[in-house]
Design a protein around this ligand. Structure first.
Ligand code: MGD
Ligand code: MGD
Ligand code: SF4
Ligand code: MO
Length: 905
């Protein structure tokens, strides 16, 4: 029997409603929930493939694991032992060194109920504010700016504004990739009303930028100069709303005074754009009946991210583009529950329900509601400082839940050093192979999407239910349960009562949380589980007695500051933290791919999600590549002052000369040694403490790696991946990816052949060593080609040798993808079709498996986007590829994303 469960997607902050099909044991399908106001039935390529990530338990952490002595391997343990160990080790550290010697590092992907219990455990029981989250790397500059400008955190806007806006300013947001379902709504609005104008501010020509009426390809980090220049133009052209400024704001005159220096010409020069383009953007914004800004990591992940946000909010306040349908500054939330985390106060610099740590009355309120005493008045350490404190021993024990900091924090090596130095590390995870798990002294198995229940809040302040569709596998437990059980064991050891942690259900947690919000700006006294059950997802604020939640805030021009006035702030443009110089002459930008999620622990379980961008590639402008004598597909070495990484090269003028782009996703799970954050830096914003993940000074050098290895192997891809992954770090370059639903592909390269490693790879790939293996070997050249047979089917190919040897084996490797039997003599496989084959095609439309070459052929025959849809079916299911289809039609024959490396298997 199939059951349908109404729940919410676990990926991005759009917060799409889903109907999950399960057969009782497994999740077998998913569809968009037509009734959910975030997506009205739509899902993107990631959401659509969620069931595939949950199909197998391979790689799942299914039981607690404990390390008994420092150098021992972790071994399976009972829950009792694991919980008792965590409680007693934490108690011991607290007794010896005080509460601030322990820390919690949690996640915007926890559910509100999980988050709430962790926050209460840290602040209410341990009485430290050392609880921070990956939202520090994500939304904290948006939070600081909202508070400084509007008086409270949270966007004033809602999703209906996407349709109501007549000018849309995308600033540092690649919405086509990162918030696809909302982008679908914008596309539809623009198609219905072509007078709607899109301005995109992004150093790269992303799919979002390619669809804009105006793309401002600014030099990374110069947004403040741009927004200051735009406001200067509007002020001196008389396009601001003086009445709104006088009645509803403070601080404008000081800002105006300072902006004298930011003439459009000077600002445009700083940004590296045309002055006319800057003026055009300002005019479209100022003239518009409704201007909406959509912004994300291009603003937040900056050493002056708060100021980037503020400078943009200034434009809205000065032109009264706020508090009306279609107008306002709308920070797009990254993670599914970054908003919920902010509501429960789960960051080191805030208390529950938007209260302040430094405010004695706020502390007293929380103490009273929690039934605890003595909340700490000392702010806790934000993420970067927290790991620095672990590294230098100020923090002795750290508990990491639902995030993978070794991969996602800047300057990864410092994080590795920190975790290696810590006395005690707890990691609460779903999957075994993340880059952080090896550092765990205790590994706690958490339930995952589809198995856990609670609530999340999306980008538009809307609270949705998350429900379980299948039972929790193995000994996995809900995150809130784990935190609560440790708290109940820890309390007596700290002479405190376990009573505040006696939660009987997620509903009791939610009720406690909403009680804390009563009377606050985010009052959700009127939302309970019963209401969510009856009426579906609801927006806050929604006080008890209200008929509905509020779609928009500040419609009356009264802001959440003490005097009700919004605030302008006068500050100068400042450059990026790490300037480029002769040694590190390039600017590194990092960001997202369409079909991958963060460290790929989940999306990396689905072969088809690799098809759109299969290789860990660095993208460079053609002129910069030519100057270095580099060609697409070659290996390059990316280095910064902190670390280095070998990647393959993609060449494209989507990035400006002087700038290179590397996706943030590749982690040690798929790329030997780890990801791009070995090169990024921990410089942070002075208000928000958010690190500058969007800019580092780097160099890119050619690299000759004489020895090449390539393999394609059929089998249980997750199991094969698990056995190959530990070998990756030993090579200068090594990467593994899933392909289709039953294959993995390995590519490696190094200076010298390593016969021992090759044999270990052979074993890890479960290649046979009997007569079902056919080998062609040239020992003198240390070249080998091995073919594994299953009757007449080619089941695996492993090739090692020179670059030319491996390149000449492309068609041999491709035979593992064939389903037709080999009817000729086995040894003929080495001569048949040898020589370089055409590079493998890239898949543009993942839902319908439509390749770039078939799309290009149809375009060559005159097809436009609607004909492509009709003839090939691409773009007709989730729509995530539609922006790319449009680009391909606009520039026929031009490669939009990196071609496969020449050495690709
Ligand atoms: N497919 C996919 N979607 C996701 C995620 C994912 O992992 N994969 N993660 C989710 C999360 S947690 C987040 S936070 C969001 C992030 O969503 P986005 O912020 O939209 O994504 P990014 O690619 O990180 O960065 C956006 C853009 O900022 C640009 N940029 C870099 N430097 C600057 C600058 O100085 N100024 C300006 N104006 N732009 C700059 C980059 O070129 C990039 O195109 O995505 C969410 N959605
Ligand atoms: N260079 C660079 N670095 C970046 C960024 C960038 O743009 N550039 N972006 C930053 C941003 S915006 C973000 S949000 C971060 C994201 O960085 P991370 O938070 O490290 O990203 P994830 O890979 O999503 O990590 C979530 C982990 O939780 C596990 N997990 C999933 N569900 C559950 C659950 O229910 N319970 C538990 N206990 N575990 C679970 C997953 O397997 C995964 O390992 O990366 C940041 N780092
Ligand atoms: S846009 Fe895609 S990833 Fe984001 S919530 Fe919707 S389906 Fe999930
Ligand atoms: Mo994020």
């Amino acid at each position: 029997m199939t059951t349908l469960t109404q729940t919410t997607c676990c990926y991005c902050g759009v917060g799409c409603g889903m109907l999950v099909e399960s057969d009782g044991e497994r999740i077998v399908g998913v569809q968009g929930d037509p009734a959910h106001p975030a997506n009205f039935g739509r899902l993107c390529s990631k959401g659509m493939t969620l069931p595939l990530t949950a199909q197998s338990l391979a790689g799942r952490v299914l039981a607690p694991e404990l390390r008994t002595t420092r150098d021992a391997e972790r071994a399976p343990a009972s829950w009792d032992d694991a919980l008792e160990t965590v409680a007693s080790r934490f108690a011991d550290v607290i007794r010896r060194h005080g509460p601030d010697a322990v820390a919690f590092y949690v996640s915007g992907q926890l559910l509100t109920e999980d988050y709430y219990v962790f926050n209460k455990l840290a602040k209410g029981l341990v009485r430290t504010n050392n609880i921070d989250t990956n939202s520090r790397l994500c939304m904290s500059s948006a939070v600081s700016a909202y508070k400084m400008a509007l008086g409270a955190d949270g966007p004033p806007t809602c999703y209906d504004d996407l349709e109501a806006a007549s000018t849309v300013l995308f600033a540092g947001s690649n919405m086509a990739y990162a918030h696809p379902v909302l982008f679908r709504r914008l596309e539809a609005a623009k198609a219905a009303d072509p007078s709607i104008r899109w301005i995109v501010v992004d150093p790269r020509r992303t799919d979002t930028a390619a669809m804009a009426d105006l793309h401002l390809a600014i030099v990374p980090g110069t947004d403040v100069a741009l927004f200051h220049g735009m406001l200067h133009h509007l002020i001196w052209e008389g396009r601001i709303d003086r009445r709104y400024i006088d009645v509803h704001t403070e601080g404008f005159d000081a800002l105006k005074q300072m902006l004298r220096g930011y003439t459009p010409q000077l600002a445009a020069d700083i940004c590296g754009i045309e002055e006319s383009a800057l003026r055009q953007a300002a005019d479209w914004f100022g003239e518009s009946p409704a201007a909406l800004s959509l912004y994300c990591m291009g603003l937040n992940q900056s050493s002056h991210g708060t100021e980037k946000n503020l400078a943009l909010i200034h434009l809205h306040l000065a032109t009264a583009q706020i508090g009306r349908p279609g107008a306002g500054p709308f920070s797009l939330t990254g993670q599914p529950n970054a908003m919920g985390g902010r509501e429960v106060g789960g960051l080191s610099t805030m208390l529950a329900a938007h209260r302040e740590i430094g405010n004695a009355a706020h502390r007293a309120e929380v103490e009273q509601l929690w039934g605890v005493r003595g909340l700490s008045d000392k702010p806790g350490l934000p993420a970067v400082e927290m790991f620095d404190a672990v590294r230098d021993g100020r923090i002795k024990a750290i508990w990491i839940a639902c995030t993978n900091p070794v991969h996602s924090m800047p300057d990864s090596e410092r994080v590795r050093e920190a975790l290696a130095a810590a006395e005690f590390v707890v990691v609460q995870e779903v999957f075994h192979q993340t880059d952080t798990v090896p550092y765990a002294d205790v590994l706690l198995p958490a339930t995952s999407w589809g198995e856990k229940a609670g609530t999340v809040t999306n980008s538009e302040r809307r609270i949705s239910r998350v429900r379980a569709a299948v039972a929790a596998p193995g000994q996995t437990r809900a995150d809130w349960w784990i935190a609560g059980e440790v708290a109940r064991r820890l309390a007596p050891k700290l002479d405190a009562s376990p009573e505040p942690f006696a939660f009987s259900s997620i509903e009791t947690i939610f009720d406690e949380h909403r009680a804390l919000t009563v009377g606050r700006d985010l009052d959700i006294g009127g939302i309970d589980y019963a209401l969510l059950e009856q009426r579906g997802p609801q927006q806050w604020p929604f006080p008890a007695g209200a008929a509905n939640g509020a779609a928009r805030r500040y419609e009356d021009g009264v802001f959440a500051t003490g005097d009700g006035r919004a605030r302008f702030h006068a500050f100068e443009y400042r450059p990026v933290a790490e300037p480029i110089n002769a040694r590190h002459p390039l600017r590194l930008i990092t960001g997202r791919l369409r079909d991958q999620w963060h460290g790929m622990s989940r999306t990396g379980r689905v072969g088809q999600l690799f098809e759109h961008a299969p290789e860990p590639a660095l993208t460079m402008h053609p002129a910069d590549a030519a100057r270095r004598g580099l060609r697409a597909g070659e290996f390059v070495q990316l280095s910064s002052r902190r670390g280095e990484r070998v990647l393959t090269l993609a060449v494209s003028d989507d990035v400006a000369s002087g700038t290179v782009f590397v996706p943030m996703h590749w982690s040690g799970q798929f790329l030997g040694g780890g990801g791009v954050n070995d090169t990024t830096l921990g410089a942070v914003d002075k208000y928000s403490k958010q690190p500058e993940l969007k800019h580092a000074a780097v160099r890119v050098d050619p690299l000759t790696l004489a020895w090449r290895v390539a393999a394609v192997r059929r089998g249980d891809a997750l199991q094969l991946h698990a056995s190959v992954q530990p070998l990756l770090a030993e090579r200068r370059f090594a990467t593994v990816r899933l392909e289709g639903d039953d294959r993995i592909v390995v590519m490696a390269a190094d200076n010298e052949p390593d016969a021992d490693w090759l044999e270990r790879l052979h074993t890890a790939l479960a290649l046979p060593r009997d007569e079902s293996l056919l080998e062609y070997r040239d020992a003198r050249r240390s070249m080998t080609k091995r073919v594994a047979w299953r009757d007449t089917l080619i089941d695996g190919v492993l090739v090692a040798g020179s670059e030319a040897d491996v390149a000449a084996s492309t068609s041999l490797l491709a035979r593992v993808r064939e389903t037709a039997p080999w009817t000729r003599a086995r040894h003929a496989v080495f001569v048949a079709d040898s020589g370089p084959a055409a590079p493998r095609d890239r898949t543009v439309c993942q839902c319908k498996s439509v390749t770039a070459s078939s799309i290009n052929a149809a375009i060559g025959a005159g097809a436009d986007v609607s004909q492509l849809k009709a003839r090939l079916g691409c773009g007709t299911v989730c729509g995530s590829c539609v922006p790319e289809l449009q680009r391909m039609c606009a520039a026929p024959g031009k490669a939009m994303t990196p071609p496969f490396a020449t050495n690709a298997a």
